[in-house]
Ligand binder design. Structure first.
Ligand SMILES: CC(=O)SCCNC(=O)CCNC(=O)[C@H](O)C(C)(C)COP(=O)(O)OP(=O)(O)OC[C@H]1O[C@@H](n2cnc3c(N)ncnc32)[C@H](O)[C@@H]1OP(=O)(O)O
Ligand SMILES: CC(C)C(=O)C(=O)O
Ligand SMILES: [Mg+2]
Length: 529
């Protein structure tokens, strides 16, 4: 027997809430969330490092693999208590103890379903089950000083019977009594009340730690866990990203941050270093294969992101206007100002400044029009998109050839056709051409309006960002009489970007020609009606 139990009794730490993480046990029970041995060891180590008090590392009787994972996690553990799950039978409990006994601080967690529905499965009467609880908790306590007992489906168990079995478990030596809301059925008022009454009415109830283990079937897992704490529970069972059976468990990051942010009305604290939340959330999402939903509290991609202009303006003036937590407190470096169709000038100015462009008001207004035009066509405007827009704008200001509009018809069953409108030194001209594909037709139309002998030595397309709505950046290199000019343009439409890149390269050639011989400044082009 070991004697390494942490003193987490309510008397010792009245306001301290113990964080019991079950990502590796209940979390892994999510269909499809199975983790490899190495991944489990890594997650356990991250949990230990972030200050989680108890790690439920697995269910040792379940398989050889589970046994080995729990046992190695126990051996590598530093500060955290390592817990294994066991059913209410001696074999499970012995196997569990074998796996955890080398931890610095081991805990056996044994459980049995106590509600009428669950008692019917092993077909035990109330008395027979009570006897089984007495026998198995006693056995566990003879092996380990730190024993947790759970009446599975407690929230649907008859009150009198629940009181009776909790008392039996306490008398048999359980040090923590966990009250599971196994099917996510309870509600906050009831959750607080249940724990309060158990502490008050069960003999010995004030000498053990009460824990809460909530499921999220009705979306109330976090609220129920916090209500249980208000009712007197001092251990919250939870998982990273809320992973777990069906709709999941209480999310660790939610309860930790709720207690941190609302200490005014929930005067409790945990030992978790919240700055490590983001990192472990991402690791769990990766290894479990369960991506975090974008709008998930605390760890969702949008939890610290703002796209709408009014929010961005407020955020830039004072972050507290639209954020109740600092991103650094969950391990993010900064709030994410997302540029999109709802963004305003304040955010655009600030974003461009970060990218090295300090614009005067009229330049900003100009850029704002082009930005909105792009944002209307594209979900998110990335930094690279803004840089591409800035570059295109800089070039166009002094250009003699400017693409005004382009319509292309292409597809199967015939050559592509392009109708191009350009201004040449301010004079608008139109050309229609067909060609072998939309780009060829477009380039022919450009040549019709601005005949030239430049040789096309490079035509390259790549996506600036991801997605089918990404901007394509097109590079075109032209060579003419020893002069080389490269033009670039970006647009969500690859053919439009191609036309602009081609014209951009021609403009540069014109500048070079101008530099070589002043008499060539005039552009000569065929009369094109
Ligand atoms: C709410 C929860 O999260 S509970 C934890 C759920 N997690 C898991 O089940 C994951 C790990 N489980 C497993 O690998 C397997 O179920 C094992 C190895 C534990 C058992 O496998 P099997 O022996 O094939 O049994 P099976 O899974 O078919 O059925 C469960 C058995 O456990 C019994 N049982 C279930 N819970 C308990 C309990 N708390 N105490 C005692 N017996 C229990 C059932 O009555 C059933 O017994 P039976 O085989 O005599 O009918
Ligand atoms: C094993 C128990 C605690 C459980 O996961 C539940 O009841 O949800
Ligand atoms: Mg559970």
């Amino acid at each position: 027997m070991t004697d390494q139990t942490k003193d987490v009794s309510p008397e010792a730490n009245k306001d301290r809430v113990v964080i019991f993480d079950t990502t590796l046990r209940d979390g892994e029970q999510s269909p499809g969330a199975t983790m490899t041995h190495e991944e489990k060891l890594e997650i356990a180590s991250l949990l230990d490092d972030m200050g989680v008090d108890i790690i439920e590392a697995g269910f040792p009787i379940a398989s050889e693999g589970d046994f080995r994972a729990v046992s190695e996690i126990a051996q590598q553990s530093k500060d955290a208590t390592i817990c294994g799950l066991a059913r209410a039978n001696l074999k499970d409990i012995d196997r569990c103890w074998e796996a955890i006994k080398h931890a610095n601080s081991p805990r056996i967690h044994t459980f049995i379903g106590t509600s009428p529905l669950h008692r019917a499965i092993p077909n035990l009467t109330q008395d027979e089950m009570a006897e089984r609880i007495h026998e198995t908790v006693t056995h566990a306590r003879n092996l380990c000083d730190n024993v947790q007992w759970s009446p599975m489906d407690a929230t649907r168990t008859e009150w009198e019977y629940l009181k009776r079995v909790v008392e039996i478990a306490i008398k048999a030596g359980a040090t923590t009594i966990n009250i599971p809301d196994t099917v996510g059925y309870t509600a906050p008022v009831e959750s607080a009340d249940l724990i309060r009454r158990l502490i008050d009415e069960v003999p010995g109830g004030d000498e053990v730690v009460f824990a809460t283990h909530c499921h999220n079937d009705l979306g109330m897992a976090t609220a129920n866990a916090l209500a249980a704490v208000a009712g007197g529970a001092r251990q919250i069972e939870c998982t990273i990203n809320g992973l777990g059976e069906r709709a999941g468990n209480t999310a660790l990051e939610e309860v930790v941050m709720a207690l941190k942010v609302r200490g005014d009305i929930m005067p409790f604290y945990t030992g978790v270093d919240s700055r490590k939340i983001m990192n472990i959330s991402r690791r769990v999402a990766t290894v479990s294969g369960f991506p975090v939903q974008y709008n998930k509290a605390i760890v969702g991609k949008n939890a610290f992101a703002h796209e709408s202009g009014i929010h961005q303006d407020g955020m830039l003036k004072n972050a507290e206007t639209f954020e109740i937590m600092r991103p650094e407190d969950v391990g993010l470096t900064e709030t994410n100002i997302v540029m999109g169709k709802h963004s305003g000038r304040a955010a655009l100015r600030s974003k461009l400044k970060d990218l090295g462009y300090d614009l005067a008001d009229n330049q900003l207004n100009d850029m704002f029009v082009r930005f909105k035009d792009l944002a209307d066509r594209k979900k998110e405007v990335y930094d690279e998109d803004l840089i591409a827009l800035m570059r295109a704008g800089e070039d166009e200001a002094s250009d003699r050839l400017v693409v005004k509009s382009l319509r292309v018809v292409c597809g199967t069953g015939g050559p592509a056709e392009a109708e191009l409108v350009m201004t040449i030194d301010g004079v608008e001209k139109t050309a229609k051409q067909s060609g072998d594909g939309p780009v060829d037709a477009t380039f022919r139309a450009v040549r019709e309006l601005h005949p030239n002998d430049a040789h096309l030595s490079l035509y390259q397309v790549h996506a600036v960002t991801e997605g089918t709505d990404a901007q394509a950046t097109v590079s075109v290199r032209l060579e003419e009489e020893g002069n080389i000019a490269t033009g670039q343009s970006a647009d969500t439409d690859t053919v439009v970007a191609s036309a602009r890149a081609y014209v951009n390269a021609l403009n540069r050639l014109l500048v070079r020609r101008g530099r070589v011989g002043e008499n060539q400044k005039e552009i000569s082009y065929k009369d094109v009606s």
